[in-house]
Design a binder for this molecule. Structure first.
Ligand code: IVH
Length: 698
């Protein structure tokens, strides 16, 4: 074997050069794998860059020797570190929560009110499947022809990460479906979890190896599943309970309970505590039973989920953009603990809100060490009478930020003083004012305030927004400090500053290319994510989706928002007619568009990006897809809620007011002014029966 590694490029013979290029290609590939797939590089960025430079210099001398798999062909296009993205054919939804018996009863009532025959006959029982809510991570498993072909995380519900190789290592996940009768395409969904016993054992191993222990089994499961090297996942015992499904080639009929039985026949584990319940009283009894057994279970659960057993009812009730209407999670009460509040700090968020944060003496609550808790706003501090030095009761539930519940007043130090809420922004010194009717005091510094500018950028690249891989909070702060990025548009101009990034401490050519590739990956973005990324007050990701669905393109949305500033305009009426958007949110939206600097930011981004029109979920063949419908008067076949849900499932927009943009007005007996307005505007008015015929349900 030839050793050519030390020969200066200019001295290489042709044969040596050929050999050296092959060697370098293999070596660079090896380092790429260590870096990208295992996150464990073994050479410094500088050494890696030297290898690439040597390769390029040899190629420059002998261009005809360039290999088809030459590393130089991959410059700037290195695959972004991490997992490939998977678009979910059926979105992975979340669940609405019930925090007590009352909420559970309301849920059963809402089901009865939704379906006309149940409303009319209160003796018809509402059967529900009840099963523990596993505190793990949801995953979807795709089987084609009975073979496990792809597994993904939930991600933002629309798009997750491909973790097939890791999921294959779980014993509860069959590589081939057992038994028979499974649909050709079947996506089984469920929860990946780590047992408590395995969690403690793993943490002992972590600590023995000098690694950081995991805070709880959920984090341990998540960390284990998101390993780029699946042999690490294989060494961590993870379980999987199947509880629902996504895309299926043939509709599944029967009941939720029957599906669980079939999952078992096909080789999955389902939760042994699942029960079919005949009434709200039954589910509450099961809740009590599960709660009593919670401490003895070997896995963490955070509530009990109730799902309508009849699948035809599930379908009729449908889902909002966030969660199904046919299920609810009855959460266990939050866990509490007592500790000392050491000081109160003020944080400034992206909308300028000053949020008081309690710094606590670290305490374990429900298995997690907590050292900070939110105090929400100044009224909350006043109401609870919280002072630095106080002993306080804190609580945490699920993923929510821990909260201060109350002060243990008899433990208050004699010299304590009430907290004085600042009237100036602690970051930029601008005045912080509180508008009448607002809970938050806000910094008036706008984008001159470092906190607001940086928080907006962090929000912009966050997971449900642009989701730029590898562009963490620390990087944003550092890039902002050094003037590399001041506005969101600057992120997309970073490619002009590649060398500057590569020269930064802790960076290098490889990491710079990696970041730029991740940014390029996002130069085309869906309208829903784009809207959310703007960080408009109150506009979360589900509102982003509602708006995208309502306006379809960036141009249409912008134009409508500008016009909607006039509260008497049709555009304003259309905006608040969207279910989930009220006058307060409309004011925040139009307020955002009223500011020059916000419009500048959008113009700037529009020049850098392609904002893809909203892709409505496939409603192929639906006669009412994209149409705007108004229901008015009394409906006789369906309840108003069911009619609306059905129309939305078919891709129609349901509006509360009639305008020139309305396509159909469905008028039942007693229809008044809306039917009249429709007649004046010449809009097609249908009876309920005609509507049902139109949508093929007559
Ligand atoms: S059903 C469309 N059942 O809870 C219905 N979810 O808060 C989808 N979860 O994202 C969910 N145990 O990760 C369902 N028995 C259970 C569950 C469960 C845990 C998780 C799941 C979901 C989250 C919603």
């Amino acid at each position: 074997m030839m050793d050519t590694s030390g020969v200066p490029v200019d001295d290489l013979t042709r044969a040596q050069a050929k050999w050296e290029l092959t060697r370098l290609a293999a070596e660079i590939k090896h380092h790429d794998e260590l870096y990208y797939q295992r996150s464990q590089p073994t050479v410094s960025d500088a050494d890696y860059d030297a290898l690439k430079q040597r390769n390029a210099a040899i190629e420059a001398r002998f261009p005809e020797l360039m290999l088809p798999e030459s590393p130089s062909k991959r410059v700037g296009a290195v695959p972004a570190a991490g997992f490939a993205k998977v678009r979910h054919a059926v979105p992975m939804l979340s669940l609405d929560n019930a925090f007590g018996e009352e909420d559970v009863r309301d849920f059963f009532e809402s089901v009865r009110r939704f379906m006309k025959e149940l409303k009319d006959d209160p003796t018809i029982p509402i059967e529900a499947l009840a099963e523990p809510k596993i505190d793990g991570l949801s995953a979807t498993l795709r089987y084609e022809g009975g073979e496990f072909i792809q597994g993904a995380t939930r991600g933002d519900g629309t798009e997750g990460e491909d973790i097939t190789a890791n999921l294959r290592t779980l014993k509860d996940i069959p590589h081939r479906l057992h038994g028979e009768g499974w649909p050709v395409v079947l996506e089984v969904r469920g929860e990946v979890y780590m047992s408590r016993g395995d969690f403690f054992a793993l943490n002992e191993r972590q600590e023995a190896a000098g690694e950081k222990p995991f805070a709880n089994p959920r984090n341990a499961a998540s960390g284990s599943l998101r390993q780029l090297d699946s042999s690490i996942t294989a060494s961590r015992p993870l379980g999987f309970f199947a509880y629902s499904w996504g895309e299926v080639s043939e509709p599944i009929d029967g009941s939720q309970w029957a599906v669980l039985q079939r999952f078992k026949d096909w080789g999955f584990s389902t939760n042994p505590l699942a029960r079919l319940c005949g009434s709200v009283e039954d589910v509450l009894a099961l809740y009590g039973e599960v709660a009593a057994r919670r401490a003895t279970l070997d896995y963490d659960i955070d509530g009990v989920v109730y799902k309508l057993d009849r699948l035809d009812w599930q379908e009729r009730m449908g889902s909002s953009s966030r969660a199904p209407r046919w299920a609810i999670a009855h959460k266990f009460p939050a866990e509490q603990a007592e500790t000392v509040l050491e000081k109160i700090d003020i944080q400034v968020g992206r909308t300028g809100a000053l949020t008081p944060v309690a710094h606590l003496k670290p305490v374990t609550v429900g298995g997690v060490v907590v050292s900070r808790a939110t105090l929400h706003n100044e009224d909350e501090i006043e109401r609870k009478g919280v002072r630095a030095g106080d002993t306080v009761i804190i609580q945490r539930a699920g993923d929510v930020i821990p909260q201060v519940v109350a002060v243990v007043t008899d433990k208050r130090p004699a010299d304590s003083r009430p907290f004085e809420f600042p009237h100036e922004c602690p970051i930029c010194g601008s005045m912080a004012i509180r508008e009448p009717g607002e809970a938050a005091r806000r910094c008036t510094g706008g984008l001159i305030c470092r906190a607001q500018a940086v928080e907006r950028l962090k929000h912009f690249v966050s997971r449900d927004a642009f989701d730029i891989e590898g562009f963490g909070k620390k990087h944003i702060e550092a890039f902002w400090e050094d003037g590399l990025i001041k506005t969101p548009g600057d992120i997309f101009r970073l490619r002009d500053r590649r060398d500057e990034i590569a020269a930064r401490e802790g960076w290098g050519e490889q990491s710079a290319d990696n970041l730029l590739a991740a940014i390029e990956d996002r130069r085309t973005i869906g309208l829903d994510r784009f809207i959310y990324a703007l960080g408009i007050r109150q506009v979360g990701s589900s509102t982003g989706r509602l708006l995208a669905r309502g306006y379809l393109s960036l141009e249409a949305w912008r134009e409508a928002m500008m016009k909607a500033a006039d509260a008497d305009s049709e555009e304003h009426a259309d905006l608040i007619a969207i279910d989930g958007i009220g006058p307060a949110m409309a004011a925040d939206l139009t307020g955002f568009f009223a500011e020059d600097h916000n419009r500048d930011i959008m113009d700037d981004l529009a020049a850098e990006l392609t904002v893809a029109d909203f892709e409505a979920p496939s409603t192929e063949g639906s006669p009412v897809a994209g149409k705007t419908v108004v229901f008015t008067g009394t409906l006789e076949v369906m309840t108003r809620s069911e009619a609306k849900a059905r129309a939305e499932t078919l891709g129609a927009k349901v509006s509360g007011s009639v305008s020139a943009k309305t396509d159909y007005v469905v008028a039942g007996p007693g229809a008044g002014s809306k039917a009249k307005k429709a007649a004046e505007l010449g809009i097609t008015t249908l009876s309920e029966q005609e509507w049902l015929e139109l949508i093929g349900q007559g």
